[in-house]
Write a protein that binds this ligand. Structure first.
Ligand SMILES: Cc1cc2nc3c(=O)[nH]c(=O)nc-3n(C[C@H](O)[C@H](O)[C@H](O)COP(=O)(O)OP(=O)(O)OC[C@H]3O[C@@H](n4cnc5c(N)ncnc54)[C@H](O)[C@@H]3O)c2cc1C
Length: 462
């Protein structure tokens, strides 16, 4: 339904948050201009298609979602975007033994194998293994409790755990120090588990994924931002960097650098959908409130560097193991791409090393591309012995050195979900804030879309 007063809105950033906000506003009849610094839409949804053999693609940013991502699914259904379950039993990815490399040892694990986990676990924890430990100490916490995904709000029981990290939460629920190590290194949550607020990780990482299979987009994650961008078409200005945001009683004005020129775009309202890690380097006049400024300047981002090694053969399938592996090596988690097995043409695939950290960077971060790939390959040999024989070449992506992201995704430390998140999303005059970092589902595509929808609603109601 068209709004009674048509507003002119400028959206900063054509990531999922900006695109979702723009799309909603256009549906409501507003005049929308999107300014995007890069020459493509999608931001941290980035499917790499160049530099690999024909048919191979790799996700450098977002990969998984679930059908519990309500706002995302609404768009997926509207644009009829095909997706598949990644670990469905019918797909070969579900076959093969699980691999771990922990405490200097390679562990090959079948569902019923008796594994000598290299941690000081209780007899029960030893029996449970990494998946059972996550179920017992983390997922079971949701039983009978209000679900943030269903309600779209952070329930009090989760907010109470904003004062601790996920590992501290697990310890409170009885996890031994060894089991905490297992959660830290034997699962996907890695560096977030001992740095981020438990309220944040439980809401954004665990709640949407429990009781449901992870999904991936057929054709690559960027199909969704591309579908939105295609519809917004000429409303998006690419290569248009916002360098200053101004507002007064009359209007908002954005100073834009584009093609060597500097222009001014005037609007009634602004949706600022760029990460705070980038916004803190942009002038805002008059200055944002001190409370907002504290969050814009102080919010941390997790660091992620992903190295993609092209393999001539999926040799691990012949060995009966998964390409994927959980490791405590500096190269991080090993993942096989493309995620959807049916999309891999021929025998080739990519083995990816997914390093995540907060604070001190691992050695690979300081390396030049070629040296980094060589190092990753050497370390990968500990997980997949003989991998070098199948290696054809590769590329890597460091999100913290990407000037339009300056980090992978927001990292709310203990206490900051209560104190900072409400401030992050609060409107300041004509400026409305969107982006994964402003949502309870921060660090996800759902958070980005949800925040865009919320910012559009704020404008509709203003
Ligand atoms: C390595 C990695 C793995 C991830 N895995 C998953 C996953 O499996 N599942 C999941 O749901 N989520 C995942 N995410 C998170 C998800 O990608 C993000 O939450 C989401 O894409 C963020 O969208 P956004 O619109 O908030 O920000 P962005 O995508 O960063 O969009 C911001 C846009 O603003 C633009 N911009 C920046 N500065 C300016 C400026 N000055 N002027 C104009 N434009 C500007 C940028 O170019 C960018 O396009 C992952 C992210 C990363 C990095």
């Amino acid at each position: 339904m068209a709004s009674s007063t048509r507003k002119r809105v400028v959206v900063l950033g054509a990531g999922l948050a900006g695109l979702a906000a723009a799309w909603e506003l256009v549906q409501s009849g507003h005049e929308v201009v999107v300014l995007e610094a890069q020459t493509r839409p999608g931001g941290r949804v980035l499917t790499l298609r160049e530099g690999f053999a024909p048919g191979l693609t790799a996700e450098a940013g977002a990969m998984f979602f679930t059908d519990r991502f309500r706002h995302l699914m609404r768009l997926v259904q509207h644009f009829e975007i095909p997706y598949e379950s990644i670990f469905a039993p019918s797909l070969p990815y579900a076959r093969g033994d699980a691999l771990f490399h922990l405490q200097g040892r390679r562990l090959r694990v079948t569902a019923d194998s008796d594994v000598d986990w290299p941690y000081n676990l209780t007899a029960e924890e030893r029996e449970l293994g990494p998946f059972g430990i996550v179920n017992k100490y983390l997922l079971s916490a949701f039983a009978g409790m209000d679900d943030p995904v269903a309600s779209g709000a952070l329930p009090d029981w989760l907010l109470e755990h904003d004062d601790k990290t996920l590992l501290e939460f697990a310890a409170e629920r009885g996890a031994s120090p060894g089991a905490q190590e297992m959660i830290r290194h034997g699962g996907r949550f890695g560096a977030r588990s001992d740095t981020a607020s438990a309220a944040s990780t439980l809401t954004a990482d665990f709640a949407p994924t429990r009781d449901t299979a992870p999904l991936a987009f057929v054709g690559g994650s960027d199909v969704l931002p591309r579908a939105l961008a295609a519809e917004l078409d000429q409303r998006i200005h690419y290569g248009a960097e916002a360098v200053r945001i101004e507002q007064d009683q009359e209007s908002a004005q954005i100073v834009v650098r584009s093609g060597g020129r500097q222009d001014r775009v005037i609007a009634d309202q602004v949706v600022c959908a760029i990460p705070f890690s980038v916004l803190r380097h942009i002038e805002v006049a008059p200055a944002l409130s001190p409370a907002k400024q504290t969050v814009v300047n102080g919010l941390e981002y997790l660091s992620v560097t992903r190295s993609f090694l092209q393999m001539r053969q999926r040799f691990w399938e012949d060995e009966g193991v998964m390409g994927n592996a959980q490791t405590d090596l500096a190269i991080g988690e090993v993942q096989q791409q493309p995620l959807i097995r049916s999309q891999a043409q021929g025998d080739r695939a990519i083995l990816e090393a997914h390093a995540r950290w907060a604070g001190e960077p691992p050695a690979l971060e300081g390396m030049a591309e070629e040296e980094r790939l060589r190092y990753v390959l050497e370390e990968m040999d500990k997980v997949h012995p003989g991998v070098g024989r199948h290696y054809e070449g590769g590329q890597s992506k460091s999100w913290q050195t990407d000037r339009w992201a300056r980090g992978a995704y927001s990292l709310y430390r203990p206490g900051q979900i209560s104190n900072w998140l409400p401030e992050a999303s609060r409107q300041e005059g004509r400026i409305h804030f969107a982006g994964e970092h402003t949502s309870i589902f921060n660090s996800t595509m759902e958070g980005a879309v949800e925040s865009g929808v919320r910012a559009a609603r704020e404008i509709e109601e203003s």
